[in-house]
Design a protein around this ligand. Structure first.
Ligand code: ZN
Length: 247
């Protein structure tokens, strides 16, 4: 292929713009906010699990409290009924004896249930407080995440704008070059996963680093300036400049 030497050199500008764009894309992908956000998301997940565990404990304690209440109600009613009968003397001596014994037993049971009830109430109070702290912590983590997301989006937008600007420059430049040359460049760029052209600099392909041997250098030195050269190693378009070392 033949192309004006100035068009060939313009390919190096295109390659440079692409490198700048790749660097900006890399910066966007590795913004420090990404790592911090991942860390906070994991922290938030842990706190949510702790909140759920706390809710389960609270639910169990409340159910236990209801069970105790359900046991206490009939025991209290029975004790009250017994006490009335004892007070009014509505039973005979023998029945009175057993009723007094039963009332004493009921009182013991009621006391024990009431003690347990107090313990559970304390548990519920403690668990409710612990849960509020966890929810507050999670709220703080979420607030930090929102701040970071805002920062990440702002940085991302800024980088996107710069990338877009470079892409426009590249498109404008490519438009002024021969279509065939740009098509060849793009084809090579796609294959090598990078720039499709490289400077022949100090007798080396600056794309792959291969040093050209003497016969090749001689061939290139004698080639017409508008002949498009290719690197034998990587296939990139080899662009001659004053730094090529061909003279
Ligand atoms: Zn090469």
């Amino acid at each position: 292929m033949q192309a004006d030497s100035s068009a060939q050199r313009a390919l190096l500008l295109i390659a440079d713009l692409e490198t700048q764009m790749a660097q900006l894309r890399h910066r966007k992908a590795t913004l420090p906010e990404h790592a911090k956000l991942a860390e906070l998301a994991s922290k938030r997940g842990q706190l949510s699990e702790q909140v759920i565990a706390s809710q389960t404990r609270l639910g169990d304690a409340e159910a236990e409290q209801e069970r105790i209440e359900a046991d206490l109600m009939p025991a209290r009613a029975r004790r009250e009924r017994n006490q009335k009968m004892i007070d009014t003397g509505a039973v005979d001596a023998k029945a009175l004896q057993s009723m007094i014994a039963e009332t004493a037993h009921l009182s013991g049971r009621i006391n024990s249930l009431e003690d347990t009830q107090l313990e559970i109430m304390q548990q519920i109070e403690d668990e409710t407080a612990a849960q509020s702290r966890l929810i507050a912590q999670r709220g703080e983590v979420e607030a930090q995440m929102r701040t970071l997301l805002g920062g990440r989006d702002a940085s991302g937008k800024e980088l996107d704008a710069k990338i877009e600007q470079l892409a426009e420059q590249r498109a404008g430049l490519a438009q002024r070059l021969p279509t065939e040359l740009v098509a060849l460049y793009d084809k090579i760029a796609q294959r090598v996963g990078g720039a499709g052209a490289a400077e022949l600099r100090a007798r080396r392909c600056s794309g792959c680093g291969l040093e050209l041997d003497m016969s090749e250098l001689k061939k290139h030195a004698n080639a017409a300036p508008d002949l498009v050269l290719r690197c034998e190693e990587c296939g990139r378009i080899l662009v001659r400049t004053e730094q090529s070392g061909l003279a």
